[in-house]
Design a protein around this ligand. Structure first.
Ligand SMILES: Cc1cc2nc3c(=O)[nH]c(=O)nc-3n(C[C@H](O)[C@H](O)[C@H](O)COP(=O)(O)O)c2cc1C
Length: 208
């Protein structure tokens, strides 16, 4: 399949078989997330990966009663940072300096650029960090399609219940979006083989 065929093949899967994806495939999807670009490279999020049946069942019961939660191979829970504190930024700048062997002057000017965003009162920081998280979600879905693995992006869950269940420190981070990984159950998923519903190109793209 070429790229567009793969993107037509993928869909938000409603029913999965429970079959496991391989550890190698999981790692490829996680590495894709790790390589996802973010504003200034800050990656202001983390991902919890689980295939623990008890935890998945609790998530299903307390936060996300969508059947696919109990049928997936793995669930990814994307958590966004609530704050970008100095420790976080300095940790990143230290790594930037090390990885690229940058000068102190370069790092100082990069720090100033980041501070312009962080200290800008008109920018909602959590919203900004959540937006970065969605880029990683998109990359993960794309990687899954490339590997022939099904997935379901899920925003329809009780965030507060999820935060509590995962014992997150909500001053620092919050669950934002979920992604199931697994294989479609072609016999029970009513969306298998349904055509895509998308705007025609001319309503989506303006060429100027
Ligand atoms: C951020 C996001 C959140 C979504 N949340 C849910 C959800 O909670 N449950 C669900 O069944 N589908 C969910 N979807 C799936 C969308 O409804 C689906 O992607 C869209 O209708 C396009 O269809 P397709 O992905 O099958 O091509 C979500 C999709 C995205 C991108």
């Amino acid at each position: 399949m070429n790229l567009i065929e793969k993107l037509n093949w993928r869909y938000a899967t409603k029913r999965m078989t429970g079959e496991k994806i391989s550890e190698q495939e999981l790692e490829t999807i996680l590495e894709t997330i790790r390589l996802t670009p973010t504003a200034y490279g800050l990656q202001p999020y983390k991902i919890i990966v689980t295939d623990n049946k008890d935890l998945l069942d609790e998530i299903y019961k307390k936060s996300c009663p969508q059947i696919v939660i109990n049928q997936c191979s793995h669930l990814l829970i994307f958590k966004a940072n609530k704050k970008l504190d100095e420790d976080y930024m300095e940790g990143y700048l230290k790594e930037l300096k090390r990885a690229r062997n940058e000068t102190e002057e370069y790092v100082d000017s990069y720090r100033s650029k980041i501070q312009r965003v962080i200290e800008n009162p008109t920018i909602n920081k959590f919203s900004w960090m959540m937006r970065q998280t969605y880029i990683a979600l998109g990359f993960a879905m794309f990687a899954a399609a490339e590997l022939g693995i099904d997935c379901t992006p899920i925003e329809g869950f009780n965030v507060q219940a999820m935060n509590e269940l995962l014992e997150l420190d909500t001053d620092k981070e919050e669950a934002v979006v979920l992604l199931t990984l697994g294989y479609r159950d072609t016999s029970t998923d009513h969306l298998v083989d349904k055509p895509k519903v998308r705007k025609p190109m001319e309503k989506l793209v303006e060429r100027r």
